[in-house]
Design a protein around this ligand. Structure first.
Ligand code: FES
Length: 174
């Protein structure tokens, strides 16, 4: 099958090859679960339930072993996220400095649906993220791979608006 085409299991041949190549790189195939899940998420944008079975099968593990990893880390998504993913830290430092107000204001301002996506599909907000390692700038949030610190409810919304203004019109998911 040509690289990039869809395989019988719903992932591209390139992604399956990437997963298979991981197995020999670690003493235990359990250690390959994290990068294998990244490979899936890189292709699909999230981890639909059926991909847990595929990764488990490819790495010769039990589905429960893979699911435990996929559900433990907040960087793996179990639903299709927006074009930009916002993660508001709610651990102790951020919580004491107002992360609940930041999150609540963002949720109201962006009119999120039940899965935490904006109506336009350009942003999704993950509100259950633990410490993101920038406690000195609490409260903080991460948008994609960038951190924004010392937020107020209003400045958090301004960050989102600035990103929207920089995005080309086609830079939104339907
Ligand atoms: S508690 Fe929020 S970054 Fe550490």
């Amino acid at each position: 099958m040509a690289e990039g085409t869809t395989s019988v299991v719903g992932l591209s041949a390139a992604t399956l090859a990437r997963i298979r190549a991981l197995e020999g790189q670690y003493p235990s195939s359990r250690s390959a679960v994290l990068p294998a899940l990244w490979a899936v998420q890189d292709e699909l944008g999230y981890l639909p339930p059926w991909t847990i079975e595929v990764v488990a099968s490819e790495l010769r593990l039990l589905p429960g072993d893979v699911e435990a990893v996929a559900t433990f880390y907040s960087m793996y998504f179990n639903h299709k996220p927006g074009r930009h993913v916002v993660q508001v830290c709610r651990n102790v430092s951020c919580g004491l400095r107002g992360s609940d107000e930041v999150l609540g204001h963002l949720q109201d301002a962006l009119q999120l649906d039940q899965e935490g996506n904006t109506p336009e599909g350009d942003f999704s907000i993950e509100g259950t993220v633990e410490c993101l390692g920038a406690c000195g700038g609490a409260p903080m949030m991460q948008v994609d791979r960038y951190s924004y610190e010392n937020l107020s409810p209003q400045s958090a919304v301004e960050v989102i608006q600035a990103i929207r203004n920089q995005s080309p019109k086609g830079d939104r998911q339907g």
